[in-house]
Design a protein around this ligand. Structure first.
Ligand SMILES: C[S@@+](CC[C@H](N)C(=O)[O-])C[C@H]1O[C@@H](n2cnc3c(N)ncnc32)[C@H](O)[C@@H]1O
Length: 171
């Protein structure tokens, strides 16, 4: 029995790691920076692609209690832990979904946050964002750059010693 659980956990983590990025969350000291950069207007919806322990989604949800915040996580064990914490401690305006975030409709959101490896970011996430997102929607990429061809619509935040946060606005 135990080896089946172990197998499911390992396979789930391996698939999600391969799908977009390994299991390294946004650094705690950068959460405040993300909150400063990310601005949500009333009724605007936020999506976190690959939520891990939902530290970003929770922080955004607490700052914007009237907004709808969604985090999608593919790795079941991580999702389960994040969901348990959310059920115990909230926030209520945050919804956690188990699944492949690449299948989510990006047009439903005004702000999208991602910490994904460059190849997945450039080949999958940014093209999907440009295809589906509404005009003026912003995608926030932690650490990894937005392709150069979109530099006119991108602002990068962070000093030499800080992790960069790149923001691409759909125009
Ligand atoms: C680098 S971590 C970033 C976690 C979180 N966004 C943060 O910044 O703290 C990437 C996360 O995305 C998850 N993931 C990878 N591919 C995914 C996919 N296609 N759909 C949903 N989650 C995915 C991984 O399991 C992992 O938790």
């Amino acid at each position: 029995m135990y080896w089946i659980i172990f197998f499911v956990v390992i396979v789930s983590l391996a698939i999600s790691g391969y799908s977009m990025a390994p299991w390294v969350p946004t650094r705690k000291k950068d959460i405040e920076r993300v909150l400063e950069i990310l601005q949500l207007n009333p009724k605007e919806k936020f999506l976190e692609v690959g939520a891990w322990d939902a530290r970003i989604s929770s922080a955004v949800a607490r700052k914007y209690p009237q907004n709808s915040i969604v985090g999608i996580e593919m790795a079941f064990p991580i999702y389960f832990m994040a969901l348990t914490r959310k059920l115990l401690f909230g926030p209520k305006n945050m919804k956690l979904k188990l699944g492949n975030a690449f299948k989510e409709d990006f047009w439903k959101y005004e702000a999208i946050y991602v910490f994904g490896m460059p190849d997945k970011l450039q080949k999958k996430i940014i093209p999907k964002f440009l295809l589906e997102a509404k005009k003026w929607t912003k995608i926030y990429s932690y650490v990894f750059s937005i392709p150069q061809e979109y530099k006119d619509n991108t602002i990068s935040y962070g000093s030499e010693h800080q992790a960069k946060i790149h923001v691409l606005e759909k125009k």
